[in-house]
Ligand binder design. Structure first.
Ligand SMILES: Nc1ncnc2c1ncn2[C@@H]1O[C@H](COP(=O)(O)OP(=O)(O)OP(=O)(O)O)[C@@H](O)[C@H]1O
Length: 343
């Protein structure tokens, strides 16, 4: 990758707050036009990182570079960034038009240009019919789109979104995230989204940076992240994962042997990779202790031994019942060493 297609570069940034290290020597490169999600549990430092990109916080260590310029000490209003906040932060007394026009007015944009740019953005987010409405009169999803238009009208080099969908109900969330992705791709705008929702991160990102305790544990494309989680933490955080002590594998057929080495090993296997076969077909049998209908599939809890119970996903047509005995084998198993890294 050459320097000029690196839209945003965080190099060794660190931040202490309240006497604790919140972001710890973090590196991240987001290519121009790429959408990257910062994904991680509550308190891992996602928002703090986003605020350092926006300039609301200054890193104690490291640099923030946008399109080749070091902006580490540039105040937010002078950075080529625009932020969409979790609560949208719209001005309730202003119309949709005036909310979107606000930053352009501050910059004394000529009236004709201002009107054209605001209308262009409201058309992009499909809200021209609400140009004169006040925020209280429009739905949460529409308010979100106003906030997006207000950020995009500034033509930022980097668009920042902090948990943009968390105030929407589940159905709307899926629709709005697809809208955001569509608009982002159409404009080709470099974008960083903070989320704790793995489903959201996997479905809209070019790459996902999984954060844990102020650091990035893995930075990968969604499919890679799901199939090859580099650490036990990532495997457990992104998607469902059975994890258990490797000693308990004894006798269960797997597609990959446990690599020899010192120290205890942990096995990770996704529920869809717990393959159910007829009783007695493999050396191992298990008893179904629960069946949980999940719509297009059924989740099964299988008791393999007193110390090992596994979750599996089975087709709804397979008609498993509690108390049934089945055979099983495991595929695509992941083996982690005692540090939590892939062995
Ligand atoms: N100004 C501050 N002073 C002291 N501690 C702070 C300050 N701001 C944030 N923190 C702490 O830093 C940690 C990380 O906060 P941050 O908001 O970056 O996390 P997050 O990953 O975005 O989590 P969430 O999803 O809960 O917002 C939290 O434990 C938080 O309490």
């Amino acid at each position: 990758m050459t320097t000029h297609d690196q839209g945003l570069v965080l190099a060794g940034i660190g931040k202490d707050l309240g006497g604790r290290t919140i972001v710890d020597d973090l590196d991240l490169t987001v290519a121009t036009g790429e959408l990257v999600c910062l994904l991680g549990p509550s308190g891992c430092g996602k928002t703090t990182t986003l605020r350092m990109i926006a300039g609301f916080l200054t890193p104690d260590l490291g640099t923030v570079t946008i399109d080749g310029s070091d902006v580490t000490r540039v105040p937010p209003e002078k950075r080529p960034t625009a932020m969409v906040f979790q609560n949208y932060a719209l001005w309730p007394h202003m119309t949709v038009f005036d909310n979107v026009a606000y930053a352009l007015r501050l910059r004394k944009t000529p009236k004709a240009e201002l009107t054209e740019r605001v209308h262009e953005m409201l058309e992009l987010v499909n809200l021209m019919h609400h140009v004169k409405s006040r925020p209280a009169r429009i739905s949460g999803g529409e308010q979100q789109r106003v906030a997006l238009a207000r950020a995009l009208v500034q033509r930022p080099a980097v668009l920042l979104l902090d948990e943009p969908l968390s105030n929407l109900d589940a159905k709307l969330r899926v629709r709005v995230r697809e809208d955001i992705r569509e608009i982002q791709q159409r404009l080709g705008i470099t974008t960083v989204v903070v989320t704790h929702d793995q489903d959201e991160a996997l479905s809209i990102s070019d790459r996902v940076a999984v954060m844990n305790a102020g650091r990035i544990e893995q930075y990968s494309e969604p499919v890679q992240l799901y199939r090859h989680p580099a650490t036990r933490f990532v495997g457990g955080f992104v998607g469902a994962m059975n994890t258990f002590d490797a000693e308990l594998l004894a006798g269960i057929p797997v597609d990959r042997p446990v690599p020899p080495g010192d120290g205890p090993r942990t096995v990770g296997v996704r529920p869809e990779n717990v393959i159910i076969v007829g009783a007695g077909e493999t050396g191992t049998s298990a008893t179904i202790t629960r069946t949980i209908p999940r719509g297009h599939f059924t989740e099964l809890v299988l008791e393999v031994s007193g110390d090992l119970s596994l979750r599996a996903f089975a087709a709804t047509t397979a008609e498993h019942a509690v108390g049934d005995t089945v055979g099983l084998r495991l595929s695509s198993v992941l083996i982690y060493d005692e540090t939590g890294a892939l062995a």
